[in-house]
Design a protein around this ligand. Sequence first.
Ligand code: FES
Length: 368
Amino acid sequence: MDMDISTSVTRPPDLYGRPRSDSFMQKLAAFSDKAVTRLARRSTPPGRPPATEMPAIRELVVATKQQEAEDVVSLRLTAPDGGTLPPWQPGAHIELHLPSGRKRQYSLCGDPADRHRYRIAVRRIANGKGGSAEVHDTLGDGVRVAVTAPRNAFPFAAEASVLLIAGGIGITPILPMAREAARRGLDWRLVHTGRSRGSMPFAAELAELAAAAPGRVFIRPDDESGVPEAAELLSSIPEAGAVYCCGPAPMIDGVRRAFGGSRASALHFERFGPVPITDGRPFELQLGDTGRVLPVPYDRSALDVLHEDLPDLPFSCRQGFCGTCRVRVAHGQVDHRDRRLTASDRAAGAMLPCVSRAPEGERLVLEL
Ligand code: FES
């Protein structure tokens, strides 16, 4: 998908600090679903509202699994019959439906022109919720896994000059962007940071890119150069260039803060993991007719709290855009903070508890 989005932090940031408006993300999600997938209905767990539009899911096969860095493996996924796969553009991701029932999203980091293989890379997260460990430990060569068609919440608009910043495994959406920038003859730079060279994936491919485009690729391991300041990361941006940044939350936050003092004209970013809770207030969740009430403190998400009682409640992005964690609220006023639900979804009681909350002291009664 190739979309002219030109999102920039010169627009007012939204409630969660991302520069895209709710309506923009809703339209983008809807467009993505329609553009690259057949619409399909999923089976709906009891007590949860039916999904109205979900990407088609297909079974793919792990063709190769390769160690890319410390704790990072890449998987190449193909159709069982070797057929062509739905198209994608730099910045797109797919969602893996793992055998345990966990769902996890991973950026595509291969070649969009290769219509027969998707490539993803996964860093094992120590003390995580088990998704990355499951990928590492169970998805070997020949294993089949259910995968959604690509969607793109981080599209590359191919501005004339771009600075691409990747932190660690954040190189996955950035690498296809760099190749696309080179292919289009843009004025581009790429900065890849990480703990150490050994922890940073795709070193050989980045070296090839650097050899083909001298002076455009900068590898910056912390153990050689120190932890970078955001202003330093932005220093190589050409005048009025656009910044694309993917990495851990502190890097994103630092780049956002430094953006205003830079020469850049637009900032696009994708963060890992849950969005930080902004202006959180304590409220309560009641689990259906059980009468059981769970307090949600100001600094935890409703999803985190629900997971203690309902460990099987599915989730994926934890950023309010995939819709996986959807629940139905029977009573109570929801403070919707997602980018996925439509007005009619909300009117029907749908809520995405990974980001959405309630006013202070409110009790939300969930249908479970
Ligand atoms: S987990 Fe994706 S919207 Fe909640």
